[in-house]
Design a protein around this ligand. Structure first.
Ligand code: PLP
Length: 386
């Protein structure tokens, strides 16, 4: 064929460093810490309810915005864990993972040229989803080791085209947990400039060292201008099930639901049943045990990184860590990540994937969402990185 039929969208997005490193890792027969895939077992109540739903014939489309029972369970959970009120009938859209919820929200809310303020380091998918709808990510830097930022810098980034501020807490890739004071400052700015806040809270239960999760929509006056993205891929270790949600004021929620319908028709019905059962029946101790387990993985892995001279910015949440690999000789983060893969067989993601400028070249992101045996193996391998 003489011409290309692929449009310009893909070129705008660039390629996925995570996928590239995963492939390089498979080729090298290494240990893949590039991707965040939870190896912890799925709670049996979640699997059993989904299986029961399949066996009893609950295999057809659900309503486009999710099963009533799951929307109600999410609404109850939002009150219980997030101090957020949402109407299950008109304010919650169940989607194909948090990713589907985020795409639906971007499609529903942004016109080409609309600016969205994004904190850096960022989750690459967020930026790609914005670019896919021709919104313009406007980057504001956070600074290691605590990934602090200046609210004045955020304010300077606001222009007449700004539509929203994006917050991801606990964050991927930094593990930063925004504290109440930081969130309040962002909320005040959003109110002052009449902006939306998109908040991705998918790691809300992965919290360490006593950090607590505060939801943006819980601040006074913020529920009406916040789109909360959440989901159970990580919490219930069901990344392949594709169940997430968007919570928003009915006006926005209706538009998000319409886009969700267009993209996915609905999320997988029997799996919605499984997740609803998990939300309703798992006790608070399930979530504290999860955080404790991952804190143990974080501690062991970060100790090994330190000993290997790959200084980690100790994460307070999520299950990623950015390690400063500047002691490894290389032109960029890719060279450094490939060096670690070739030398000791541990794959991470070059920092460039999470930064717009040159700052990323110092870092490699590793995920410690691995079995204890894999974490031990990774620590052993890193100890050989002389
Ligand atoms: N949001 C963030 C910040 C993530 O890191 C990820 C996965 O890595 C997702 C969303 C994807 O969630 P889901 O599997 O529910 O689409």
């Amino acid at each position: 064929m003489g011409r290309t039929f692929i449009n310009e969208r893909l070129a705008r997005l660039g390629h996925s460093e995570i996928r590239a490193m995963t492939q390089a890792c498979a080729k090298a027969g290494g240990l893949n810490l590039a991707q965040g895939v939870c190896d912890t077992p799925v709670p049996s109540v979640v699997v059993e309810a989904a299986e029961q739903a399949m066996r009893s014939g609950n295999n057809v489309y659900s309503r486009f915005d999710g099963l009533a029972d799951l929307r109600e369970a999410i609404a109850e959970k939002l009150v219980r864990d997030n101090r957020v009120q949402a109407d299950p009938e008109s304010g919650i859209t169940v989607s194909a993972g948090a990713t589907g919820a985020f795409h639906s929200a971007c499609l529903a809310l942004f016109n080409p040229g609309d600016e969205v303020i994004v904190f850096e380091p960022y989750y690459q998918y967020h930026v790609s989803a914005l670019l896919a709808v021709e919104a313009v990510p406007v980057i504001v830097s956070m600074h290691p080791p605590q990934w602090t930022f200046s609210i004045e810098e955020v304010e300077r980034a606001v222009t007449p085209r700004t539509r929203a501020i994006l917050v991801n807490s606990p964050g991927n890739p930094s593990g930063k947990v925004f504290d109440r004071r930081e969130l309040e400052a962002v909320a005040a700015l959003a109110r002052q400039h009449d902006l939306l806040v998109l908040t991705d809270e998918i790691y809300e239960y992965f919290l360490y060292d006593g950090a607590s999760h505060v939801s943006m929509a819980a601040f006074p006056g913020m529920a009406d201008r916040t789109i909360t993205i959440g989901g159970y891929s990580k919490t219930f270790s069901v990344t392949g099930w594709r169940i997430g949600y968007a919570v928003a004021a009915p006006e926005w929620s209706k538009a998000i639901g319409a886009m969700n319908d267009l993209l996915y028709v609905c999320a997988p019905t029997p799996l919605q049943v499984g997740v609803a059962a998990g939300i309703r029946t798992l006790p608070a101790s399930f979530y504290t045990a999860l955080a404790k387990e991952y804190q143990g993985k974080r501690d062991r892995f970060c100790t090994a990184l330190n000993q290997a001279g790959l200084t980690p910015s100790i994460p307070k949440g999520s299950y990623y860590v950015l390690a400063d690999a500047s002691r490894i000789h290389g032109r960029n983060g890719k060279d450094r990540a490939l060096h670690v893969l070739e030398k000791v067989g541990v794959a991470g993601v070059p920092g460039e994937a999470f930064f717009s400028g040159s700052m990323g070249s110092r870092f490699i992101r590793f995920s410690y969402a691995k079995t204890d045996a894999d974490i031990d193996d990774a620590c052993r391998r890193l100890s050989k990185l002389a």
